[in-house]
Design a protein around this ligand. Sequence first.
Ligand code: AMP
Length: 370
Amino acid sequence: VTKRLGIVGGGQLGRMLALAAAPLGIECRFVDPSPEAGARVAAEQLVAAFDDLAALERLAEWSDVVTFEFENVPAAALAAISARATLAPSPRSLEVSQDRLSEKQLFESLGLPVAPYAAVDSSAGLEAALTALGVPAILKTRRLGYDGKGQVRIESQSQAAGAWEEIGGVPAILEGFVEFDREISAIVVRSAGGASVAYPPAENVHRSGILHTSHAPAPGADESLCKRAIDHASAVAEELGHVGTLTVEMFVSGDQLVINELAPRVHNSGHWTLDGAGTSQFENHVRAVAGLPLGAAGPVTETVMVNLVGAMPEPAALLDVSGAHLHDYAKSPRPGRKLGHVNVVALEAGDVTLGGRAGAVAGLADAAWC
Ligand code: AMP
């Protein structure tokens, strides 16, 4: 029986995992270097860096199971933890998702559609890749990219040298630019025994590389497209033997899907499930890693999630919108930082006011966004 869950990372994802674990009778402890980590609201903190092996060993020794809120956990840390406690998901899920090239190779090995790409290890290699793939294209570092960081769009062959320098001359991949109509994400949760639960895919809109809104179920996405998106995510989870929540981001072009990337964890585009699903992505992740039965995704209430970035709008103004639920991560404001989100839910089936109410919340969020 899992009573103690260790979490590597105590930002908002760790916070929402710990908040979901509490009603299940599961105590959480986490490692995070920040003395004001948000997960403190529901878990005890070991203040330490993610490469502080002694601290990670202490966490693992206390824990029945250890999970994480971000995929860039150093390999040495993974080894130290898995020598002392069950790590879920397993290191393989992390290792694949830490490297965009191995991620692409995994998708291809499963026959899933990806954008044309080439591995790039030098400025000359980039020139050759641009000749092969054409422009526009996007150069992305293989490791440690997030929220649009570590990537640059290339419009002409002459920009190659500058782009290579801009990403720091590190191993990268070049991707052909996908002319997409919209972006969606599929979230599945898989248990150790192979049972799984899938949420309806959400449509995601980004702003300056940061997720702005997620709308679930994705409006206008037909049933067969949604089913394919979920099947793709399930195939990835199955192949990895993944235990826990897994997110796959995809582009939609007409009736085609192109897989972009995977996150072996709870994801910002699944925050809507806190108020719009029968069991949230966080609770189901905890259930999965703790070896408990998964909860049903439904009933699903149509929801628009709006991120609060940079500065917090007035909470009373947000909550004055009916059907709005505020999730404040209690972080200090800073430009580009995710401080919270609001889930605006439909109040009845086919609620035509959802758009207007979500628009009102987005307006407040946009006015504060920096
Ligand atoms: P990523 O870090 O891979 O999620 O990329 C961040 C954002 O850049 C995506 O959400 C897309 O909006 C855009 N993007 C990334 N790759 C491509 C691509 N191959 N074609 C078009 N847009 C892309």
